[in-house]
Design a protein around this ligand. Structure first.
Ligand code: DGL
Length: 247
């Protein structure tokens, strides 16, 4: 199985990490649109246009599947990508929603979804969760967490301030959806802030759960071939990949 992973930049490497841990694919080709990140502050039409361009790039690789690691793209452009690709395209939003159905057994669970402005405005998580019967959902755009992660300011006073800023008037949730590629890297800090009893839903783990449920993966691949491509500064992407993935 040859997989393409698409993200707006480096953040999708958190999803690659989960995919590698579960050894589902023989080959992973990662493409990060580092020249045009962030997508989270762009409008729907731009996000769709960039996402279709990513599908065109992936057409050079004869892929078996594309995983959209970016929540913002999954929220706005999944259908358009599916229509222009010749292989299945799966996104982290539907995976995150399914993970809630699999892991949260009370439909009144108080779910807090964190994401970019675009993801929150799309209401993609709200719609998916409501369709499954969840009725107690709050969504919150927390875009400052993205540069904080990219600057590796975790843990830090800056992150503490940002959490305080965003969460000071938020009721403690029962479950927290990390609806942005970068947020798994501050999972410990978020867990400490809200408490150890809050269930965290991570896009990478959710996509593994989703793929294992929807597709038949019989073989494990302990040493998959990895290739990294970026629309700008691929060396910087590769160096983050080596660091985050422990390569
Ligand atoms: N990858 C984006 C996401 O998961 C975060 C960074 C961006 O805004 O492009 O929504």
């Amino acid at each position: 199985m040859k997989l393409g992973v698409f993200d707006s930049g480096i953040g999708g490497l958190t999803v690659v990490k989960s995919l590698l841990e579960h050894q589902l694919f023989e080959q992973i080709i990662y493409y990060g649109d580092t020249a045009r990140v962030p997508y989270g502050s762009k409008d729907k039409n731009t996000i769709i246009r960039y996402a279709i361009e990513a599908v065109e790039i992936f057409k050079n690789f004869d892929l078996d599947m594309i995983v959209v690691a970016c929540n913002t793209v999954s929220a706005y452009a999944l259908q358009e990508m599916q229509e222009s690709a010749s292989c299945p395209v799966v996104g982290v939003v539907e995976a995150g929603v399914l993970a809630c159905a699999n892991n949260l057994h009370d439909k009144n669970t108080n779910i807090l979804v964190l994401g970019t402005k675009a993801t929150v405005n799309s209401k993609a998580y709200d719609k998916g969760l409501k369709q499954l019967g969840f009725g107690n959902i709050t969504t919150l755009a927390t875009p400052l967490f993205v540069p904080i992660v990219e600057e590796e300011l975790y843990p830090s006073a800056v992150l503490d301030e940002a959490m305080q800023h965003y969460f000071c008037s938020i009721q403690k949730p029962d479950a927290l959806i990390l609806g942005c590629t970068h947020f798994p890297l501050i999972a410990n800090e978020l867990q400490n802030y809200f408490g150890s009893d809050v269930k965290l839903i991570h896009s990478g783990d959710a996509i593994v759960e989703y793929l294992s449920q929807k597709f038949d993966f019989t073989q494990k691949h302990s040493t998959p071939k990895l290739q990294f491509f970026a629309s700008e500064n691929p060396d910087a992407l590769k160096s983050v990949a080596h660091k985050w993935l422990g390569l």
